[in-house]
Write a protein that binds this ligand. Structure first.
Ligand SMILES: NC(=O)c1ccc[n+]([C@@H]2O[C@H](COP(=O)([O-])OP(=O)(O)OC[C@H]3O[C@@H](n4cnc5c(N)ncnc54)[C@H](O)[C@@H]3O)[C@@H](O)[C@H]2O)c1
Length: 355
């Protein structure tokens, strides 16, 4: 097991990354206190709930809540069910929420923990690659509103994160590959050695070989931890984590969230942002080709679907919250491992969208 300490405004928390951690009583128990509510979804429950709750058998007061899986259930209504379960459990200020699942469960359970009695402990136990390398680390929690994703939420750092990489073996292939897009992102924006390493281990990662997978999760968490420590509330460095996301979000909206997993849309976005970086003369010729090649080897899409209204995509990109003064601001690459945020003229954006 490897542990990364994530520093933030109010202190720090450990992220444990390793094999079989759900079965290790000492790892799970060292972070527990008070009454315990485990929150999970109906898919993860069948796979891992028993393994985790086996470590709680000598805890006097613990209960589990199983919610329906899927982004469409990341709602205030589900959040309310978590709060109700905490009330029914008689949870006090010292209680612990265990969030066992993907980013949806982590965000909702984290937000319930942020609100209950103005904040109780949450331990994130992420079971998707996306949640292990991204959602569970950094303290962002929340739920969707019919008018927007993650419109309601709070910053609430976890007390600990337990990332058992063995759980990734049961993920759907598409969910797994979508998580790899976020892994590539860390290499692309700030860690050229990690990008090289990913190029050397693409096939091993595709095959979910346990040791390379653990290393990929560990290096991703280390990168995210460094960014979060430097910039907890997204004023500067943290914005770089949105590499590929402005294109990606616009594409997700344009395709009504039905065609792509988030990570797949981000992969296309990273390929487009790399091409744009080259077009603007920021990065050397060949940078976009390297990016595209790696994403393709990881079974990720790198070009826009047809047919697709490019003008609508640009209009949607204008809605991004990074924008100021009508300019579309994008994360672009000076090279592999070096990113910055820049305003971009829409005619240049159109050029890469047409290509
Ligand atoms: N808080 C943050 O900083 C942050 C960052 C990125 C994304 N997010 C959020 O994360 C969410 C997406 O997360 P996600 O991709 O993990 O989606 P998810 O939680 O919906 O999980 C995807 C699917 O995989 C299933 N699943 C989970 N673990 C499994 C396992 N080990 N084996 C088999 N199936 C498993 C789930 O039941 C679900 O059906 C979005 O709501 C997004 O907004 C949050």
């Amino acid at each position: 097991m490897k542990t990364i300490e994530v520093r933030h405004g109010q202190g720090s928390y450990p992220v444990h990354v390793g094999h079989g951690l759900l079965g290790l009583a000492d790892v799970v128990q060292r972070h527990l206190q008070g009454r315990i509510l485990t929150v999970t979804d109906d898919r993860v429950a069948g796979l891992y709930l028993e393994r985790l709750t086996a470590q709680l058998s000598d805890q006097p007061e613990h209960q589990s809540l199983v919610l329906p899986n899927g982004e469409e259930h990341k709602t205030v209504a589900s959040w309310q069910r978590i709060v109700d379960a905490l009330v029914n459990l008689g949870a006090q200020r010292d209680a612990t929420v265990l969030a066992l699942g993907g980013g949806v469960i982590g965000d909702m359970a984290g937000f319930a923990a942020a609100c209950y009695m103005r904040g109780i402990r949450v331990i994130q136990v992420p079971t998707t690659l996306l949640a292990q390398v991204d959602a569970a680390v950094g303290g962002k929690t929340g739920v969707n509103h019919s008018q927007g994703k993650n419109l309601i939420g709070a910053f609430h750092a976890p007390a600990a994160v337990i990332a058992d990489t063995d759980t990734l073996s049961s993920l759907d292939r598409r969910d797994y590959c979508a998580g790899l897009a976020e892994v590539v992102k860390y290499g692309a924006i700030r860690d050229p050695e990690f990008f090289d390493w990913l190029e050397d281990h693409a096939e091993a990662l595709n095959a979910r070989e346990p040791e390379p997978l653990l290393e990929a999760v560990y290096q991703s968490v280390r990168n995210k931890a460094e960014v979060v420590a430097a910039d907890e509330r997204e004023s500067g460095q943290r914005a770089l984590l949105n590499f590929g996301h402005t294109f990606g979000h616009a594409l997700e909206t344009a395709t009504a969230y039905r065609a792509y997993r988030h990570g797949e849309a981000v992969a296309i976005g990273m390929a487009l942002a790399s091409r744009l970086s080259e077009l603007l003369g920021l990065s050397a010729t060949g940078t976009a080709e390297r990016m595209t090649r790696l994403l393709q080897r990881l079974d990720l899409p790198t070009s826009l679907p047809e047919p697709l209204d490019r003008d609508r995509l640009v209009d949607l990109m204008r809605l991004d919250k990074k924008n100021r003064d009508e300019q579309i601001r994008l994360i672009l690459l000076d090279g592999i491992g070096q990113a910055r945020i820049l305003p971009c003229p829409s005619h240049d954006i159109r050029k890469v969208l047409q290509a």
